[in-house]
Design a protein around this ligand. Structure first.
Ligand code: CP
Length: 467
């Protein structure tokens, strides 16, 4: 198995075993940081950061310099030709002809995938809007592995802005693949997006258990948990147990508490946001006195704002500055592997708890668009060359997942491109939930966002249209 010339756009672009091989190489690199200088001599990394960054950008650049390579960079959209209306696909083609590897951070969800589609060199997603941040997950898992000596059957609590936190989304998929139990502790209104929850329950073989009852009662016995996700590796199958047993199980301890800040840049500044800021849950010494946190690693991707008290910094359980420091050996290992200057042996130690599901693709010139306004497929500069593209992830209800940002939408009206006998009078559209709609083969499916759109394309309503 070779990792050379691959892209890392989502955490699912590397398998568990490949991740373990990368971590072994990172161990080697960490032990001899100063002896890696010849590995990438003559290679160039383009570092494109169109959102603020301290850790990711500087650790990628330092990693490349330590490998003996060189870095070209752009850190402000306004200083590039994107500001003149250039598409990111054109930018990717050009930068791909200047550099051997591209690292990109961009506020649009799915931007890294477009760059990967057009660059012709390996592309690493350093954060695309609220979607994913896979190399942060590599640093997070490397930190846990260093401390715990294993990544198997972990119990991890995720804290804060689970809705918009891209580090959370990448970490969740990796943890689910590794067979972890995950406790969700969101701030108010900041629960995981529905599409992430749906993927967890349909593709990662685990069970999602909502547990509002855990936090009721005269005294709150546990930290505030919204839901528990359990993969089949969990020894006691918590999902099968009543609330009281879940409570007892959780008191046995949490391996890591992963804290995240309120992602205020991903929300419109409103009065509600000011209120949310006041109600945002804080991790401090008092919370960490809980028995369940006695041996817990306190983690944070950083930057922190107010959600993690500075008094925790001197606590031996705090890991967040180590996570940031491990960015160097982890990213050195990643760059060297993708550029093919170091090979790694892939063992078969870690099973994956994810099912590789090949969903049919839906891609047509006209029809539905992604429902996420921040998706790259909805941006004016990109729509000139790009067609919205989806995977059909469920037929009942008919559900499409955008291939760029992974937001999901439910189709309302559908038609077949192969209408009966090719006669215009048979060119009909139907409600997506009708039994007639379910007979249409995925390859013939046409999906409309509205009846107006169907009629604009000369389709007429069938008797299977409900309003
Ligand atoms: N963790 C992380 O992505 O930090 P930066 O935004 O500073 O890169």
């Amino acid at each position: 198995m070779k990792l050379t010339n691959r892209n890392l756009v989502t955490i699912d672009d590397v398998s568990n075993d490949e991740m373990e091989a990368l971590f072994c190489l990172a161990d080697d690199m960490a032990n001899s940081l100063d002896s890696q200088y010849g590995l990438c001599q003559g290679k160039i990394m383009a570092s494109l950061f169109f959102e603020p960054s301290t850790r990711t950008r500087l650790s990628f650049e330092a990693a490349m310099l330590r490998l003996g390579g060189r870095v070209i960079s752009a850190v402000d959209v306004g200083a590039t030709s994107l500001a003149k209306g250039e598409s990111i696909a054109d930018m990717a083609r050009v930068v791909g002809s200047y550099a051997d590897v591209i690292v990109i951070r961009h506020p649009w969800e799915g931007a890294a995938r477009v760059v990967a589609d057009y660059a012709g060199v390996p592309v690493i997603n350093a954060g695309d809007g609220g979607h994913e941040h896979p190399t942060q997950t590599l640093c997070d898992l490397y930190t846990i592995r260093k401390q715990r000596r294993t990544l198997k059957a972990l119990r991890i609590a995720l804290w804060g802005d689970l809705r918009h936190g891209r580090t959370i989304h990448s970490l969740i998929y990796a943890l689910a693949r590794l067979g972890a139990s995950i406790l969700f502790c969101p701030g108010p209104g900041l629960e995981l997006p529905e599409h992430v929850l749906r993927r967890l329950s349909t593709e990662y073989k685990g069970e999602l258990r909502r547990c509002a009852n855990l936090n009721q009662g005269p005294e709150r016995e546990l930290f505030p948990i919204d839901a528990v996700y359990i993969t089949p590796s969990s020894p006691h199958q918590l999902a099968m147990l009543p609330d009281i047993s879940v409570r007892v199980e959780l008191k046995a301890g949490v391996d890591a508490l992963y804290v995240t800040r309120l992602q205020k840049e991903r929300q419109a500044p409103t009065v509600e946001q000011q209120e949310l800021k006041k109600k945002y849950p804080v991790v401090d010494k008092e919370l960490l006195k809980g028995k369940e946190f006695a041996k817990t690693l306190v983690m944070h991707p950083l930057p922190r704002v107010d959600e993690l008290a500075c008094e925790v910094d001197s606590d031996p359980r705090s890991m967040y500055f180590k996570q940031a420091a491990y960015g160097i050996p982890v990213r050195m290992a990643l760059i060297a592997i993708l550029l093919g200057t170091r090979d790694v042996a892939i063992s078969r130690e870690y099973n994956s708890f994810a099912q590789k599901v090949e969903h049919p693709v839906y891609k047509r010139d006209s029809g539905v668009k992604c429902c996420n306004t921040n998706c790259v497929s909805n941006q004016e500069t990109e729509t000139k060359y790009m067609r919205p593209e989806f995977r059909i992830v469920s037929s009942e209800p008919l559900t499409l997942r955008c291939i760029y940002c992974e937001h999901e939408l439910h189709a309302k009206y559908v038609a077949s491109s192969d209408w009966h006998q090719g006669k215009l009078e048979n060119k009909k559209y139907h409600s997506a939930n009708s039994h007639w709609a379910r007979k249409i083969k995925p390859g013939n499916l046409i999906i409309f966002a509205s009846e107006d759109e169907a009629q604009a394309q000369q389709f007429k309503p069938s008797s299977y249209v409900t309003r």
